[in-house]
Design a protein. Sequence first.
Length: 179
Amino acid sequence: MSRGRAAVVLRRKFDSVLSWTVTLGMLVTTVYVLLTPFPGNGFAQRLEFVAIMAPITWFVWMVGAHAEVKIYDSGVLVVNWFRAYWVPWADLASVESEREVHLVTTSGERINVAAGAFSVASSLNGSRVQHRIREEIERHRPNPVPAETGVRRSFDLVLWQSAGVVGFLLVVAWIGARI
């Protein structure tokens, strides 16, 4: 079943903006270093640099900008750092939001929501982020609930996009070695 377009996408704005800024800064710095004269000035040294910077950049993006909650007509998609959970409305028993957000399924499973994780700043502000995520999920819960059931879990490592970035950096490294 196609999910269509998400009605709402929820992220931690500060974490997402900071992560995107750091990730883009790391990519721009990597491109700059690859295009400038390099110690040893060879392609192999540039490959080593790409091998170091690409996984670090990927990790920074995954931890900060990747986590989100998407609310659809048929259920909720929780994207955490490295895993995604699809929870149809029929399987969602409740949403807990105290210091963190957890989706509780009808089978009793508690799914942690990385976008609603604890932080000192959020706690000092009365856990507004956590309460907003809970309120948005509850506000979009349809009545009657669609019949689709079955919580699905999957790894969400964003490998194709990462491979594209690595391919781009390899081309830049090759150009830098030719200059």
